[in-house]
Every structure is written in structure tokens, then in C-alpha cells.
Unconditional design. Structure first.
Length: 153
């Protein structure tokens, strides 16, 4: 029996160490000085909530069930900004990018604004130019922390 307990303990430790995202997770909160970069943090619960909200939005707009390739995702307090590339679950079909500002309201993440994609932006300089687009977005939502947005140089 002691050998079995030791084996179980070693197995548990190895499993625990193989899933580092379960050990320490950076959580966006109002006390943090910087936005949490959730772009590559695959198993963060806030990341999942934000992406689930975006997935629900894409489903309601297009009827498509998608998964995302995350290009950019930052959150701070009750604000988040995401740029994702939707695709079919099997990865064979790719769809237009989605960029969105979200806010955590009423117990969940809500999409406040999406950036038009592709040809829809061509004739609008405030949309086509990144710097102008984010300046306009910050003016429209002044309480959104500036460090959740991509830097534009």
C-alpha cells in the first residue's frame, strides 16, 4: 500500500507540473498597473469568458460555429480588447477577422464595438488608419484603459 501511495503522489506531482497554467494565473483586476496580456495564455478563465462572448457574437451574426486563432487579447479591470481570426473547428474554413472592444457588465463580457473588416474600412480614414481608429475608440469609451489596445507606431 505505501508503494501505491507514493506512486499516486508522484503521478499527481508530474501531472500538476505539466499544467503550469493551473498553478499561477494572472487575473486582470482594477488594482493592476498593467493590462493582462491573454494572447498566448491558453487556459486563463477570463480569456475563455471573453472568447466565449466573441464566439456567441459571431454565431449570432453569421450562424457559424467557430474557434479562434487569437492575434491579440488584453484585459484590465472590466475592459478587454481582442483581435481574433475565426475558423471552422476543423481549421479548413477561415473567416474575416474580428476586432472588438468588450466590457464586463451584468455578470458577463459584452461586445461594445467591433471594427469593420476589410473592404468596409477602405473609404473611412478613421477606420482604415490604426492610429486614427484607436484614438476615435478611446474618445468614444474614455473609461477604457489605453493599455488594453494594441500599440500603433
Amino acid at each position: 500500500m505505501p508503494g501505491l501511495c507514493k506512486t499516486l503522489l508522484v503521478t499527481f506531482i508530474l501531472l500538476f507540473l505539466s499544467f503550469p497554467c493551473l498553478c499561477a494565473q494572472e487575473c486582470p483586476d482594477n488594482s493592476s498597473n498593467n493590462a493582462s496580456d491573454l494572447t498566448k495564455t491558453k487556459c486563463h478563465p477570463v480569456r475563455k469568458e471573453i472568447l466565449d462572448s466573441l464566439r456567441s457574437g459571431v454565431k449570432s451574426w453569421s450562424g457559424l460555429d467557430v474557434v479562434f486563432v487569437v492575434q491579440f487579447l488584453k484585459a484590465k479591470g472590466s475592459w478587454a480588447y481582442a483581435h481574433v481570426q475565426p475558423q471552422s473547428k476543423d481549421g479548413k474554413s477561415k473567416y474575416e477577422d474580428v476586432s472588438a472592444l468588450l466590457s464586463h457588465e451584468k455578470g458577463g463580457w459584452e461586445i461594445l464595438e467591433t471594427r469593420p473588416c476589410c473592404g468596409e474600412c477602405e473609404d473611412d480614414p478613421d477606420c482604415a488608419d490604426d492610429r486614427r481608429y484607436f484614438n476615435k475608440l478611446r474618445k468614444k469609451f474614455p473609461s477604457a484603459p489605453t493599455d488594453i489596445f494594441p500599440s500603433v507606431e
